[in-house]
Design a binder for this molecule. Structure first.
Ligand code: ZN
Length: 72
């Protein structure tokens, strides 16, 4: 079973934009998929507190995106 980070929890991560370790925060966001105009709502992601860059999807968010047609 995959651990589900809760919204508001902090995770240690490396922000690719700041290029340093940050304490990213899990937030629920609407995510626009890179190659489509499809927006998936209420996706848990973790966000850099410094530059607001979306670092990664939470593991279970991938499942949600796949259902929406991403990564077929
Ligand atoms: Zn950053």
């Amino acid at each position: 079973m995959i651990a589900r980070p809760k919204v508001g929890e902090f995770m240690s991560n490396v922000c690719p934009r700041c290029q340093r370790a940050v304490r990213s925060r899990v937030e629920v966001r609407s995510v626009q998929l890179a190659r489509t105009r499809l927006v998936v709502r209420d996706v848990p992601v973790d966000v850099c507190p410094d530059c607001d860059h979306m670092i990664s999807f939470a593991p279970h968010a991938v499942e949600q995106l796949r259902e929406a047609g991403w990564a077929k």
